[in-house]
Design a protein around this ligand. Structure first.
Ligand code: SF4
Length: 393
């Protein structure tokens, strides 16, 4: 459904149940575009940073009253790219409109180059207590292949500095880069463990349409690594990190005790969340809405007082059940199936259960008390399992 009304976003979606627990804000700028990235962002457009900050503050003001949340995630893009005075204006606005209540979590995604003492101090002065570092690798060759704009020495310094000034630090790592070997990946994992970060996210490299790697793959300028090697890398990540006390708690995420990402758990638990900025999604009262993906279009809409929502879907009870199951199953603890069954119509849960039985017989899923969860062999093929649960028959 298209939305082009003059009604502010928050008012379109408000009054549909309990208030959201989480808020995501998307900063759509980067220094340059990495070869594998097809995210919604503009590279090298510092001229638009100020307009963007004004626009997202306007979008926030359409909440009309401060909306307390438990978690905030300032993501992108590269939010840390904003110059100090713009960052301060943005953080001040976020703190005003989305006050964190209780023991909250406020994360910022940062380029290692932006992790300086003054930035860390500025961020924590406004309440940020978790930094997610886009490190991707500690190795010069791999960073170059991935077209990252930081050096491995900068990553080491950034982690050390962040850990001495922020309560929680997370590190992103990519595996299965072209020509990467298992030993190189092992080295990255060991360096991550030695760095002492409390949270690690690992992602296998993908070749998405819109990313320059996609075209280079078609032209055979680069090649994917062997599929079995990629699976071995994923398994190595689980074994290495778990052996070091960094628990595998979601398909791609690992944390020491007490450092799981609370914000992302809102998504996996199908809770409610606000989204602000281009391409950001909100999930409120069974309604999912997504803002315009294009930054220029987002700016034009907000600057003319028009809702930036591009799509809005009302989820049926059947869809809600299926999504709750699939997103919940991403977590290693799985889904409380006995509880879920009591909340949704039998017709939907029977269909899910039929598929579940099949996957249990294959050894991809298992019961554990009231929960069902992925087995180790289910984990590595999980991407291919979800569609069957999401599709009503
Ligand atoms: S820094 Fe992250 S968001 Fe920005 S271009 Fe690179 S991969 Fe994409």
């Amino acid at each position: 459904m298209q939305s082009g009304s003059k009604v502010p976003v928050a008012l379109e979606l408000a009054g549909q149940g309990p208030e959201p627990l989480a808020a995501y804000l998307h900063v759509p700028f980067c220094y340059h575009r990495c070869g594998y990235c097809n995210f919604t962002l503009l590279a090298g457009r510092e001229d638009l940073h100020e307009q963007f900050v004004e626009a997202i503050l306007t979008e926030l003001s359409w909440l009309e009253a401060p909306q307390p949340v438990q978690t905030i995630f300032l993501g992108g893009g590269t939010p840390s790219i904003l110059r100090p005075e713009l960052m301060e204006r943005l953080l001040e606005g976020i703190a005003k409109w989305l006050p964190i209540h209780g023991i909250g979590e406020w994360s910022i995604e940062a380029n290692p180059r932006d992790i300086t003492l003054s930035n860390l101090k500025r961020w924590s002065d406004f309440g940020i207590n978790r930094v997610s570092i886009g490190g991707q690798s500690f190795q010069a060759r791999k960073l170059q292949v991935l077209e990252r704009d930081h050096r491995s020495e900068e990553l080491n310094c950034a982690i050390e500095l962040a850990m001495s000034h922020m309560p929680r630090v997370s590190l992103d790592l990519i595996f299965a880069a072209p020509q990467e070997t298992l030993m190189e990946w092992q080295d990255d994992l060991e360096k991550a463990v030695c760095s002492g970060v409390g949270h690690v996210s690992t992602y296998g490299l993908t070749f998405e349409k819109g990313a320059s790697f996609y075209g280079r793959l078609q032209r055979q300028e680069i090649a994917k690594i062997d599929e079995q090697l990629e699976l071995d890398m994923y398994n190595l990540a689980i074994d290495t990190l778990e052996a070091s006390g960094i628990e595998h708690y979601e398909i791609s995420n690992f944390a020491v005790q007490g450092q799981t990402c609370q914000h992302n758990q809102s998504y996996w638990n199908s809770d409610r969340w606000w989204g602000f900025g281009p391409s950001a999604a909100s999930y409120l009262g069974n309604t999912r809405s997504v803002n315009h993906r294009g930054t220029l279009q987002y700016l034009r809409k907000v600057q003319s007082g028009v809702s930036p929502i591009a799509e809005q879907d009302h989820l049926s009870i059947d869809q809600q059940c299926r999504e709750r199951f699939v997103f919940g199953m991403r977590q290693r603890k799985g889904v409380d199936w006995e509880n879920l069954k009591t909340q949704f119509p039998d017709q939907t849960t029977w269909q899910i259960q039929n598929t579940l039985h099949k996957h249990i017989e294959h050894g991809w899923m298992e019961h554990q008390g009231a929960y069902v969860r992925l087995t180790r062999s289910g984990l590595v093929i999980s991407d291919g399992l979800w569609n069957e649960y999401l599709t009503a028959r």
